[in-house]
Design a protein around this ligand. Structure first.
Ligand SMILES: Cc1cc2nc3c(=O)[nH]c(=O)nc-3n(C[C@H](O)[C@H](O)[C@H](O)COP(=O)(O)OP(=O)(O)OC[C@H]3O[C@@H](n4cnc5c(N)ncnc54)[C@H](O)[C@@H]3O)c2cc1C
Ligand SMILES: *[C@@H]1O[C@H](CO)[C@@H](O)[C@H](O)[C@H]1NC(C)=O
Ligand SMILES: *[C@@H]1O[C@H](CO)[C@@H](O)[C@H](O)[C@H]1NC(C)=O
Ligand SMILES: *[C@@H]1O[C@H](CO)[C@@H](O)[C@H](O)[C@H]1NC(C)=O
Ligand SMILES: *[C@@H]1O[C@H](CO)[C@@H](O)[C@H](O)[C@H]1NC(C)=O
Ligand SMILES: *[C@@H]1O[C@H](CO)[C@@H](O)[C@H](O)[C@H]1NC(C)=O
Ligand SMILES: *[C@@H]1O[C@H](CO)[C@@H](O)[C@H](O)[C@H]1NC(C)=O
Ligand SMILES: *[C@@H]1O[C@H](CO)[C@@H](O)[C@H](O)[C@H]1NC(C)=O
Length: 602
């Protein structure tokens, strides 16, 4: 919306020579059957595809509805944040009317290409707090998910690399906590912002509420610090660039099929009384969201397992279309229920976001190029020629995490006292999905996001058409508890903006924020301008073995079903108070290890 999309610039970007990336079903070698079929090539699916195929004797098919990521400029240059806009590489979903947003529906982007949302996201990389992982261990009854036991999987995912400008990173992170040998490249910002020193001053002046946090990936998140981002110095690092890099695509036992929209799973029989689901039905007809197609459906079967990794929206939709879900909802649409499980699609949770904008006294903001097509073309040429300049970074300059002392509207939702209730993000320009970009001016945005909401929503089927989007109701700010957190967060950033550290820089709040002068007007501003930070999760939650609720066991295996596992954002029992991509990569790393262990794969 505010960032123009530059996918047709004719950039010369290296197109890898690839051996086993197929675009049409009839290109797949005919006689092949697969041990594992993975649905969806996002954070979860790419890890599974890579790790399971590292044994040459194990055959893997990865099905992805979208196209390849190769050569997609918007998914390569970090500062082209196409993720905020509805683009060619998106599912183009919208939510149901949100009561917490005064009845507004919002756009609900989800990546639709290799890498999934890791190819379109804003690249903040946070592990979540140690308390968060320890709570996952407790909620699932599996100590394998604890912070301590997850360390090795975190290090397998992460490859810390120097920043684009090669600056000295002393006092910007703790290298002792990081790996330089994992898969996804992680780096600190590689181009300075005009307010970097003011951020550090803020942590001194307001040290009680906003202490400096050297490394928010240490397990303890509170405070303000430098953002770690999934950027390989100057270019996006994603599930696709890392786990589906050319050397992995070259594996003869890994087949990746793009443009393959999975329409449902098919029951293949019964194993010791449980329905087995080892067949996947898909089509390579390229149907837009909301369209229809009677084009040919292809069925492919797995010898061992089907692994769903279509994300928090896609996975719930596919399960329901396949007869796994709440009987009442399925019967109403004429779908035969094979397993009645009311937890499928329930408890959808997301992080509400609000862009708080300020006029600033600087000419050095990214507004110069978001408002000027000539200048962005020049900056792209600089990026292309030197791999330097303002486009090497995401729009996120610094991150901060905080708690409220108490919340009158309910019991604490966080995993513990070092886990935040909300997040603030500093951005060096006008960054909003709900307010039109002005034609001139210089701005700073301090985003506030609620990271431990109490509200729960749902994903339900709108129809039996697999190309329709489901009804997505994240129930944003749907509780007084969550609204209290957002009001507290906005109040907190107004205090930051008024600190001495920002004297001479912040001129005044943007008109909508300036008008929020009373509690009622603040609430109206929040309801009118909030949106999502794009973190839907929890729609097919893990629960302990034998639990009466939940969709999967602690290893991702679907309860009371044979041959079917889920490894993506949907299995999280609670949304992490963090940016979730790293968390889902880690689910993938441990999930792959559990699959290999179960089948004796080395
Ligand atoms: C705009 C945006 C910004 C974000 N910013 C950040 C950030 O800064 N930091 C962060 O940590 N997280 C961020 N996220 C969230 C993060 O990217 C996701 O939480 C994460 O990628 C989810 O992983 P996943 O595997 O569950 O799903 P995804 O990564 O979304 O992958 C799901 C894949 O399944 C495919 N699929 C779905 N349905 C079907 C079907 N029927 N047939 C075949 N394939 C299908 C999709 O096309 C997609 O490729 C952002 C997300 C978005 C959209
Ligand atoms: C980086 O900065 C630190 C602290 O200022 C200093 O001790 C160190 O020598 C610097 N490293 C390099 C390579 O210049
Ligand atoms: C989303 O919208 C874009 C722009 O209109 C379009 O190119 C794309 O095909 C759409 N994607 C889907 C899955 O409908
Ligand atoms: C939603 O999650 C809670 C735990 O957070 C659980 O008790 C409840 O059963 C879930 N609801 C459904 C329908 O699964
Ligand atoms: C920004 O540019 C304008 C026009 O060139 C100039 O008048 C102004 O002083 C500049 N402001 C700053 C803070 O550099
Ligand atoms: C846009 O950028 C170009 C190239 O730097 C510059 O010459 C021009 O003055 C800018 N236009 C505006 C309106 O600032
Ligand atoms: C990018 O650089 C290559 C040479 O490395 C050049 O051929 C190409 O024209 C450049 N593209 C742009 C848009 O600058
Ligand atoms: C699974 O089956 C057991 C035994 O029949 C039953 O008690 C349990 O409720 C079922 N769980 C789900 C999620 O269907």
């Amino acid at each position: 919306m505010h960032f123009i999309s530059y996918s047709v610039l004719g950039l010369t970007l290296p197109l890898a020579c690839i051996a086993t990336l197929y675009e049409r079903a009839d290109q797949l070698p005919a006689s092949t059957s697969y041990d594992f079929i993975i649905v969806g090539a996002g954070a979860g699916g790419t890890v599974l595809a890579n790790r399971l195929s590292d044994n040459p004797g194990t055959t893997v098919l990865l099905l992805e509805a979208g196209p390849s990521n190769l050569g997609v400029t918007d998914a390569i240059i970090p500062m082209l944040p196409q993720g905020l806009a509805v683009t060619t590489y998106d599912w183009n979903y919208t939510t149901t009317p949100q009561s917490g947003f005064a009845g507004r529906s919002i756009e609900y982007p989800r990546g639709r290409l290799l890498g999934g949302s890791t190819s379109t996201n804003t690249m903040a990389y946070t592990r979540a707090s140690s308390e968060e992982w320890d709570r996952y261990a407790k909620l699932t009854g599996d100590s394998g998910w604890s912070w301590k036991n997850m360390q090795k999987y975190m290090l397998m995912n992460e490859k810390f690399v120097p920043s684009a400008d090669g600056h000295n990173r002393t006092n910007q992170y703790n290298p002792a906590l990081h790996s330089t040998t994992g898969m996804v490249s992680i780096s600190l910002p590689g181009y300075p912002h005009p307010f970097d020193s003011r951020i550090i001053e803020t942590t001194k002046e307001l040290s009680k509420d906003w202490p400096f946090n050297l490394d928010m990936n240490s397990g303890s998140m509170l405070g303000i610090g430098w953002p770690q981002q999934s950027i390989d110095a100057f270019a996006r690092s994603s599930g696709a660039t890392a786990y589906l890099a050319p050397q992995y695509l070259a594996r003869k036992n890994l087949h990746v099929l793009t443009n393959a929209h999975v329409t449902r799973l098919i029951q293949t029989g019964t194993d010791s009384g449980k329905p087995a689901f080892r067949s996947v039905e898909y089509t390579t007809a390229d149907v837009p969201t909301g369209g229809t197609s009677t084009g040919p459906r292809i069925t492919v079967s797995a010898k061992k397992e089907v692994i769903l990794a279509a994300g928090a929206i896609g996975t719930a939709q596919i399960l329901k279309l396949s007869g796994i879900g709440p009987q009442k909802e399925l019967s109403a649409l004429g779908i035969k229920t094979i397993l009645n499980n009311p937890s499928v699609g329930a408890n959808l949770t997301d992080h509400p976001l609000l862009s708080n904008i300020f006029y600033v006294n600087s000419n050095d903001t990214f507004d110069t190029f978001t408002m000027n097509g000539t200048l962005i073309a020049e900056d792209i040429a600089v990026w292309n020629a030197t791999h330097q300049g303002p486009l090497v970074d995401s729009p996120l300059a610094h991150l901060g995490w905080a708690r409220v002392p108490s919340n009158p509207y309910g019991a604490d939702t966080t995993a513990g006292p070092t886990t935040p209730h909300y997040e603030i993000l500093f951005s060096n320009g006008f960054l909003s999905s709900t307010t039109p970009l002005p034609s001139s001016g210089h701005f700073m945005t301090i985003v506030t996001a609620i990271t431990s909401p109490a509200a729960r929503g749902s994903v339900t089927l709108k129809s039996t058409n697999p190309f329709d989007q489901p009804n997505i109701d994240p129930n944003m700010l749907g509780t007084d508890y969550d609204m209290y957190l957002m009001e507290s967060a906005v109040t907190a950033i107004l205090k930051i903006a008024a600190a001495n550290a920002w004297k001479g820089y912040i001129i005044k709040p943007f008109e909508d924020l300036a008008a929020a002068t009373t509690p009622a007007k603040l609430k109206a501003y929040i309801q009118a301008k909030s949106a999502t930070i794009f973190h839907p999760a929890c729609t097919a939650a893990m629960s302990p073995k034998g639990a009466s609720w939940g969709v999967t066991d602690p290893d991702g295996v679907v309860k009371n079903i044979s041959g079917l596992r889920i490894i993506d954002a949907s299995i999280l029992p609670v949304i992490p108070s963090a940016h979730p991509q790293a968390v889902i990569y880690f689910l993938g790393e441990r999930g792959a290890a559990l699959v290999k262990q179960q089948y004796g794969i080395n």
